[in-house]
Write a protein that binds this ligand. Sequence first.
Ligand code: G3H
Ligand code: 13P
Ligand code: ZN
Length: 332
Amino acid sequence: MINYKDLGLVNTREMFRKAVDGGYAIPAFNFNNMEQLQAIIMAAAETKSPVILQVSKGARQYANQTLLRYMAEGAVEYAKELGWENPQIVLHLDHGDAFETCKSCIDMGFSSVMIDGSHLPYDENVALTKKVVDYAHQFDVTVEGELGVLAGVEDEVSAAESHYTKPEEVVDFVTKTGCDSLAISIGTSHGAFKFTPEQCTLDPETGRLVPPPLAFDVLSEIEKQLPGFPIVLHGSSSVPQDEVDTINKYGGALKAAVGIPEEQLRKASKSAVCKINIDSDSRLAMTAAVREVFANKPAEFDPRKYLGPARDNMKKLYIHKIKEVLGSDNKA
Ligand code: G3H
Ligand code: 13P
Ligand code: ZN
């Protein structure tokens, strides 16, 4: 049993309280490789932003859970080397699918876990989430639960349709489970294709797809039911069109990729939403940079020559999110 505190990590409790009070949101960036982790830590250190490092089931399968945990431990020391005196870094399990997965992460030093019982019948979701909370709280590890279903195209988190969170259920769920934060469904979804073209309108000036707005009425009803309680938004990539264009220009085939407009995430960050999950945007930034190098320098075969630009591009993206969208800079 390793306690995250011995690794220099923090849980989300204090971080979320400050974010809700201060009207900003903490970035939760997924990572599964070294360049992504370096870019996240460089961006957080440079902007003095608290940050949540998220590990998905797919990431654990790809990179190995133990290795990712040691990388996060190294990230704390790296952040200090970069001049961030008191790094506020959370290591979080994203979309935990079972009690055993959450326990295994807690036992090896994760400071926060999500148990995603959103696909289960309500009572089973309550029972599973409570079981994880009861275990996690013994070690002061914080727990994110989820109510409502996000639509998504990714392997581990796929559902054909979204079902908004029912505001009338949230008090009962939080009270019965004791969870520390709640992920809700208000129209975001996972991946780079969040809406079908039919669900969007066409901007006549740019020819771009404009997605439907998030259900802010559902969010404010949830806030009324749970005043000051930390709310989480998954599926919050914006799918930057310049990255999509670069990918397509250099041989990619991402048609009709569309995300959540940044103004909506800015608005959400000022509410009780205090954690915003971003993964796809980082994948796009990485892919765009790699494709550009491959297209312009076909003789290049040193991975550092394409992963380096990919890292730079991801760092730029993370800094943009922190400073221009979530407002979490200078909060750590
Ligand atoms: O919420 C899902 C994340 O984007 C992780 O996706 O399972 O493909 O790593 P993944
Ligand atoms: P995106 O696919 O919008 O980046 O969402 C990531 C996420 O919710 C991770 O849990
Ligand atoms: Zn998610």
